[in-house]
Design a protein around this ligand. Structure first.
Ligand SMILES: *[C@@H]1O[C@H](CO)[C@@H](O)[C@H](O)[C@H]1NC(C)=O
Ligand SMILES: *[C@@H]1O[C@H](CO)[C@@H](O)[C@H](O)[C@H]1NC(C)=O
Ligand SMILES: *[C@@H]1O[C@H](CO)[C@@H](O)[C@H](O)[C@H]1NC(C)=O
Ligand SMILES: *[C@@H]1O[C@H](CO)[C@@H](O)[C@H](O)[C@H]1NC(C)=O
Ligand SMILES: *[C@@H]1O[C@H](CO)[C@@H](O)[C@H](O)[C@H]1NC(C)=O
Ligand SMILES: *[C@@H]1O[C@H](CO)[C@@H](O)[C@H](O)[C@H]1NC(C)=O
Ligand SMILES: *[C@@H]1O[C@H](CO)[C@@H](O)[C@H](O)[C@H]1NC(C)=O
Ligand SMILES: *[C@@H]1O[C@H](CO)[C@@H](O)[C@H](O)[C@H]1NC(C)=O
Length: 409
């Protein structure tokens, strides 16, 4: 009898499981976990509760539903590992952070960590950062207090982030740390041009990332790359205002991992202080950055459209004497067209200690649009680029390439 019962139970369980599986798992609505959506109550705990159930439930993929509405929430963390894929469905939902820094213990608002196969679908994440951008205390060069990042992703692998907005973060909007093989599509990032440190997406120590169809307006870098960024594909991204796309700064710390494989295609950069920039510290630790390719980019009134700066030294925070030991190689700039608001449209300041190698420029057409008029220029030091096709301005003469020229800022 017992045996038959347990067999019955097992069959029943199997049937149930397969039914649930056919229904693509279960949905955990944050409103059934106590979310009020009144814009006042902290709905973070309800989101975490729904996540915990979706993450732990059998028969994935399960989902967390954040129905349309406005939800106030303090900092919260969604942690894995989960039983299987989880989707966060937040289309039409607006999450708002507290404006006050005192409400945060840590340097993130929303943290997602140690998850595989996550889908974040929709939603607006509003950091309400306006009041914090002017707090000098926190945005000085030493960054002594922790200012929260809107969305901190750590060890989130094989995941998809789509159709969402990150607005007015107090600090960087989105940071990715060891998030291999993930994909961002149709994201909007938005903060005013004069906001402080509001980088759009910061990437570090990951292998495999695609960012497509995305609009990034900020007061700082559009997309920035730290060490260990590998195989990153960026396509159809619009940047501006802000400081453009930036690889580095590299070489500040010992044992940095190489940057290897950055492919930026079909992007528009508009009204930014820099366009495409690679920067390394002088007197630096050794490092490698290679296979960085920038193709079909439109520049619209960009101050420094193409810049390799191996003497990067903001706030005179370093010794300028010894050259950078970060070796840059296999770099190409192709079909980059549009306007520069400074005369030096292209500037390659490579390291005298580790000259840039295998740099190609092809089909560049950048015109100077600014007071005084005249032609744009192309400066090179410690690099002898391979030139293909017609380039405006014409690429630096080979003579200039070998003679190191100290630059002034
Ligand atoms: C991720 O999800 C897809 C589809 O749901 C599934 O085929 C794949 O095995 C999952 N991978 C992991 C690592 O869970
Ligand atoms: C940015 O500009 C706006 C409008 O001009 C001004 O109200 C605000 O104080 C400025 N913010 C910062 C951080 O400078
Ligand atoms: C992009 O995301 C927005 C929500 O931010 C959505 O309304 C729109 O349909 C998405 N576009 C595509 C092509 O999926
Ligand atoms: C990322 O982009 C590259 C180049 O377009 C493509 O080959 C690859 O399949 C993409 N990966 C994903 C996960 O979409
Ligand atoms: C850029 O986009 C256009 C239009 O979508 C497409 O025809 C072209 O092949 C793309 N170029 C690259 C390098 O992806
Ligand atoms: C640069 O590219 C060449 C040829 O494709 C390759 O042999 C070399 O290893 C690359 N350099 C680095 C530092 O990866
Ligand atoms: C430059 O390219 C050549 C030929 O592809 C390759 O052998 C060499 O390793 C490259 N140099 C670097 C520093 O990557
Ligand atoms: C370069 O761009 C300007 C306009 O920005 C255009 O008038 C000119 O014909 C272009 N030159 C080439 C060679 O494409």
């Amino acid at each position: 009898m017992d045996k038959i019962n347990s067999i019955r139970k097992a069959v029943c369980c199997l049937l149930l499981t397969s039914l649930i599986a056919r229904n693509h798992g279960a949905t955990f609505n944050i409103q059934t976990k106590g979310a009020k959506g009144d814009g006042v109550t902290d709905d973070g705990p309800a989101i975490v509760a729904a996540w915990k159930e979706a993450c732990a439930a059998a028969s994935p993929p399960n989902s967390v539903l954040i129905p349309p509405g406005t939800y106030f929430t303090l900092a919260f963390t969604l942690s894995g590992p989960c039983q299987g894929p989880v989707e966060i469905k937040a289309a039409g939902a607006i999450l708002k952070a507290p404006p006050e820094l005192e409400k945060f213990k840590d340097d993130s608002w929303i943290t997602i960590e140690k998850v595989r196969n996550l889908t974040l679908n929709g939603g607006t994440f509003d950091g309400q950062g306006h009041g914090t951008w002017t707090t000098k205390k926190c945005h000085d060069s030493e960054m002594k207090c922790a200012i929260p990042v809107n969305l901190r992703l750590s060890h989130v692998r094989d995941s998809l982030f789509k159709d969402f907005t990150s607005a007015n973060s107090k600090n960087f909007h989105i940071t990715l740390w060891k998030c291999d093989h993930s994909k961002f599509n149709n994201i909007t990032i938005s903060a005013p041009a004069n906001s402080t440190n509001t980088d759009g997406i910061h990437i570090a120590k990951l292998d495999g990332l695609n960012i497509t169809n995305t609009i990034i307006k900020t007061g700082d870098d559009c997309i920035s790359f730290g060490d260990g960024s590998k195989n990153v594909y960026i396509e159809k991204v619009t940047c501006g205002p802000g400081h453009g796309i930036s690889i580095g700064s590299l070489g500040k710390f010992p044992n940095e991992e190489p940057v290897q494989g950055v492919y930026i295609r079909n992007c528009t950069i508009s009204g930014t202080t820099n366009g495409l920039r690679i920067k390394t510290w002088p007197g630096s630790q050794p490092g490698i950055a290679s296979d960085m390719h920038f193709h079909e980019i439109i520049m619209d009134k960009v101050a420094n459209p193409i810049l390799i700066d191996q003497e990067y030294c903001p706030h005179n925070a370093c010794k300028k004497g010894p050259p950078s030991k970060v070796k840059l190689s296999n770099v190409s700039f192709r079909k980059i067209t549009g306007t520069s608001t400074t005369k030096e449209a292209l500037k390659f300041v490579c390291s005298a200690g580790a000259p840039c190698e295998n740099v190609t420029v092809a089909d560049i057409n950048l015109t100077f649009k600014g007071p005084g008029g005249g032609g744009a220029t192309f400066h090179c030091s410690n690099v002898n680029p391979k030139v293909i096709g017609q380039n405006f301005p014409p690429a630096c003469p080979a003579a200039a390439a070998t003679a190191p020229q100290p630059t002034t800022y």
